[in-house]
Design a protein around this ligand. Structure first.
Ligand code: FES
Length: 241
């Protein structure tokens, strides 16, 4: 049994190939270590400090696998059959925080696994409008509030479980489950939803990730405390397209 599979909850939802781009890839949820999100200066992260529209980065569920943390500024509803074909009762919970506007996703593109690195990031959150060819509308549109991978222009909607809106990505980004404790104002990452790319990431980028993070085993699980920083502070260059 793989180490990351502490607990796996699978349901029998079957998604047809023709519609899979539009959905959270499946209802599979994997529980990982419950990690408290920390600010870079080693103080507890105050979610009120998460600026709307800023892309934040943390590494979870492994110390080498990057995730985007985003305050979208408006309520993000749980998956519903209409929006994501995922039943809210046992699936991704949507946004958390005071306004249910904070979401997190794996920052490993589901196409060819482009991800933020120290030198450069081709994947980013874009609060301002980006122009792309929409699978839904069959034409080029401008839309704001999206995760955009500039490698081959895949576009994901973080307000809808990171479903694919455009480009060659075959499936949504894995959604990171967040847990918000209102009384302590603390935010935790607890698991991952959907078809993740972790194993393929380790196969292809494990060695480089080990070097970048100065760790022998890239599959080392994140600890109980995980640092959050701005993506623009981590990557020297962030490409926007
Ligand atoms: S790797 Fe992201 S679009 Fe190709």
């Amino acid at each position: 049994m793989k180490r990351r599979h502490f607990t796996k909850i699978c349901t029998s939802l079957i998604v047809s190939a023709s519609t899979s781009n539009r959905l959270l890839a499946d209802e599979t949820k994997t529980n990982y270590r419950r990690s408290l999100l920390y600010a870079k200066n080693s103080t507890a992260l105050d979610i009120n400090d998460l600026a709307i529209g800023e892309a934040y980065l943390f590494f979870y569920p492994y110390v080498t696998t990057p995730c985007l943390l985003i305050n979208l500024g408006s309520q993000v509803n749980p998956g519903t059959e209409n929006a994501n074909n995922v039943q809210a009762s046992n699936s991704w919970r949507g946004g958390v925080g005071m306004n249910n506007s904070i979401v997190a996703y794996s920052a490993i593109c589901s196409h060819k696994m482009t991800h933020p690195a120290k030198e450069i990031s081709f994947i980013n959150y874009r609060h301002e409008p980006v122009s792309f060819y929409s699978h839904d509308e069959g034409k080029t549109i401008d839309k704001s509030g999206l995760i955009s991978c500039c490698s081959e222009r895949s576009v994901y909607d973080p307000a809808q479980g990171a479903r694919v809106l455009g480009g060659p990505a075959p499936q949504p980004l894995a959604a990171i489950e967040l847990e918000y404790n209102e009384s302590t104002n603390q935010l935790y990452a607890t698991g991952s939803y959907g078809a993740d790319m972790y194993d393929r990431f380790f196969e292809k980028f494990g060695f480089r990730a080990s070097m970048e993070h100065k760790i022998e085993d890239p599959k080392t699980l994140s600890t109980e405390q995980v640092v959050v920083q701005k993506l623009s502070d981590y990557s020297k260059q962030t490409i926007k397209c």
